[in-house]
Design a protein around this ligand. Structure first.
Ligand code: NAD
Length: 354
């Protein structure tokens, strides 16, 4: 039976992870969980939000199910999520946004998959703090060598986009589209403004698209893409985006299909895969039993399929769809004014529908 690294995370992470584990265990597929802390509990016990043994466990098991973790601001710790993706070379973030019957939405039958580049762009962490000596040197170099002027009270983040990373993610998007019989791939960019980063992304993507003529292809400026998603999301299918746009657009797409509480996700590399909801640690509702566990439970559905446990994945997705369609048990984010179910009650209803 497969062993999976389980990272409960922090904030609402432990609550939604507990609910997800309960539901997956109820399937009887015999997953062996290796539980490790990351985020705030790991800072408390190991003085490190991402201790090396957590990475070792994922490298050994190849598959992890992860709850959200808080990104510490101004604490000296780096983003655990970005570090995890970079350390394990999880270059592809895949966020399926499917509208299940019974879920309140402004639209019908939305079914979009956001494929986000996960390793570079403004998330690569090349940053220069306002007022620092490093930034003073950079400003001097740019002024004297290239006549670019950066204001003395500015901070700077660098946006690298490479041909190799673009090829990997766009190829991934086309292969995904082919495998799952999707109509088209839409590539989002802002090449008119960032000619050498987004411009390279666009040129590389267009070139690669020529090898996949059987799949439809279009390139749209990301602002126009956002407008189309809000206007007519039915026209969109697989989206491929650089890191930052992918982050923003995937939350937009989550909003089209019922919100963050229903949006699953996965981070895939050549060796390892980490399944996690799109949402964060939601400190505003943590510890209150108010978190919707469905985003993480749906992430587990994709994990089961990745492990080759297709029947279990199908059973679990069907049970989630049944609970959503019946509408008798609804988490607070879907039912803010009625008598919403707690995180555990949602899990129990799903187990009863298996
Ligand atoms: P968030 O996703 O945590 O919360 C945004 C809003 O959505 C909040 O109102 C929250 O209550 C609500 N929400 C989120 N998930 C929900 C759920 N399952 N059920 C019901 N409501 C839910 O975003 P944020 O507040 O910007 O981020 C909080 C922290 O999480 C930050 O430190 C951020 O960096 C981190 N984060 C982590 C991940 C990850 O671990 N993969 C992803 C995104 C954000």
């Amino acid at each position: 039976m497969p062993t999976v690294t389980l990272i409960p995370g922090d904030g609402i992470g432990p609550e939604v992870s507990r609910a997800t584990r309960k539901v997956v265990d109820a399937l009887g597929c015999g997953i062996d969980w290796e539980v490790h802390d990351a985020g705030i509990p790991a800072i408390e016990t190991h003085a490190d939000p991402l201790p090396p043994h957590v990475l070792d466990s994922i490298r050994r098991n190849k598959v992890a199910l992860k709850g959200p973790v808080t990104t510490p601001v101004g604490s000296g710790f780096r983003s655990i999520n970005v570090a995890l993706r970079q350390e394990l070379d999880l270059f592809a973030s895949v966020r399926p946004c499917r509208l299940y019957p019974g879920v309140p939405s402004h639209f019908e039958a939305v079914d979009i998959v956001v494929v986000r580049e996960n390793t570079e762009d403004l998330y690569e962490g090349i940053e220069f703090e306002q007022g620092s000596d490093r930034l003073k040197k950079l400003r001097g170099y740019l002024k004297y060598e290239h006549n670019f002027v950066i204001a003395s009270d500015a901070g700077v983040s660098v946006k690298p986009i490479s041909i190799s990373a673009t090829n990997s993610i766009v190829e991934f998007a086309f292969k995904y589209a082919k495998q799952y019989h999707r109509r088209k791939v839409t590539l989002g960019h802002k090449a008119n403004i960032m000619r050498y980063s987004d411009g390279l992304w666009l040129k590389t993507g267009e070139k690669l698209a020529e090898q996949y003529r059987e799949v439809g292809f279009e390139a749209l400026q990301v602002d126009e893409l956002a407008m189309w998603l809000a206007w007519n999301p039915h026209d969109m299918d697989v989206l491929v985006l650089p890191n930052l746009y992918g982050d923003i657009i995937s939350d937009l797409c989550a909003g089209l299909v019922g919100g963050l509480g229903l949006a699953p996700g996965m981070n895939l590399g050549k060796e390892c895969a980490v399944f996690e909801p799109t949402h964060g640690s939601a400190p505003d509702i943590a510890g209150k039993g108010l978190a919707n566990p469905i985003a993480m439970i749906l992430s587990a559905v994709f994990m089961l399929r990745h492990l080759g446990l297709d029947d279990d994945g199908h059973r679990l997705e069907k049970a989630v769809a049944t609970v959503l369609a019946e509408g008798k048990v609804r988490p607070p984010d879907m039912h803010p004014h009625g008598h919403p179910a707690t995180t555990d009650q949602v899990a129990t209803a799903i187990i009863e529908s298996l």
